[in-house]
Design a protein around this ligand. Structure first.
Ligand code: TXA
Ligand code: MG
Length: 312
């Protein structure tokens, strides 16, 4: 923890576990550090970052919370929820980290190591997922190492993460919008709000989309995906879900089951690791069985759809 805080103080890059996925952290208030982070990931700098803080008091120094934002923060923080809010007047977060937007994305993570690092460092930490831009997010320290070794200063290994998909992003601006389905399902958020989350408007400025990281190609493995597969061909790998057998599975190049008992939380936790493993098998295609759309299924299906679009 001391080493992590020291690297952050010196403007370096630290990968650390959060409950959702591993993040690549740097000092949010240091523009050179943020530039270094974009470079290490190979990420376009028009794509803004999430500022991670240790508590609500720290969050209020960088963003303006209205009554609704306060309700969501109190109900779900610390946890896998990111709020997009108006920036506070004296927000210390570097312009580069928010890509020049008037708004800022904030999250209080729940992972004990993330919380300790934030406490030891004492300033906001921007942390995108700790993968090369375009790869799936890392859910183990080994995933981080395979993408970023030699490009960053330190990896804090906290074992496999618990949730497995990135945080849910809710825009708390003029309207309440679900900008990215994620590790906190829509249903409990809507229950607390007493109303439905809207879909983000799509008629925005294309050079600066509302949630730029939601570009379709964001989560793509190299191997093409075939979604909603009910059968499988000889040279395909199979990403299964649930107990039902699949026609042709015995002849598949590889088979991994997200959750044989059909549990969506288990499936989310396994999703990115299994995609990485199947991607490494050299199959022609990864055939993916249907996954239900409720609860965490919304985030799982979102990531699968993006992975299927590929990097065309
Ligand atoms: O679970 C997570 O959220 C992980 C862990 C490390 O916290 N982080 C993560 O960060 O997924 P990243 O950078 O991979 O995704 C951040 C998303 C991007 O889609 C970005 O466009 C969006 O948040 N975002 C950031 N600031 C925004 C803003 N002001 N308005 C709209 N979207 C924003
Ligand atoms: Mg990411």
């Amino acid at each position: 923890m001391a080493a992590a805080a020291r690297v952050l103080t010196e403007g370096g890059l630290v990968a650390f576990p959060t409950e959702t996925v591993y993040g690549l952290g740097t000092d949010a208030t240091n523009p050179e550090a943020v530039a270094r982070l974009y470079r290490a990931k190979g990420r376009p700098s028009f794509n803004p970052l999430i500022s991670h803080v240790g508590d609500l008091e720290a969050a209020r120094k960088i963003a303006r919370f209205d009554a609704t934002a306060t309700v969501l923060a109190q109900a779900f923080w610390p946890g896998p929820l990111t709020l997009v809010l108006p920036k506070a007047a004296n927000c210390a977060v570097a312009e580069l980290a928010t890509a020049g937007l008037e708004t800022i994305a904030i999250r209080i993570p729940a992972h004990p190591l993330a919380r300790e690092i934030l406490r030891a460092f004492g300033r906001p930490v921007v942390a995108p997922s700790a993968n090369l831009s375009g790869h799936v997010s890392p859910t183990t320290a080994a995933h981080v190492h395979s993408d970023l070794a030699g490009r960053i200063d330190l990896i804090v290994d906290g074992g496999p993460v618990e949730v497995g998909v990135e945080s849910t992003i809710v825009g708390c601006l003029d309207a309440l919008t679900l900008l990215r389905p994620g590790g906190l399902p829509r249903e409990p958020i809507e229950r607390v709000l007493g109303r439905q989350l809207l879909a983000p408007s799509t008629d925005g400025d294309h050079a600066r989309p509302l949630a730029p990281g939601m570009l379709a190609s964001h989560y793509a493995p190299r191997t093409p995906l075939r979604l909603d597969a009910l059968d499988i061909e000889a040279d395909e790998a199979l990403l299964a879900f649930g107990p039902a057998p699949v026609l042709g599975a015995a002849g598949a190049a590889a088979v991994m089951n997200l959750s044989a008992r059909g549990d969506l939380e288990e499936a989310a936790a396994n999703l990115f690791g299994y995609l990485r493993e199947l991607d490494a098998r050299g199959a022609s295609t990864i055939a993916v069985m249907p996954v239900p759309h409720h609860g965490l299924g919304e985030a799982i299906n979102d990531r699968l759809r993006r992975a299927a679009v590929g990097r065309e």
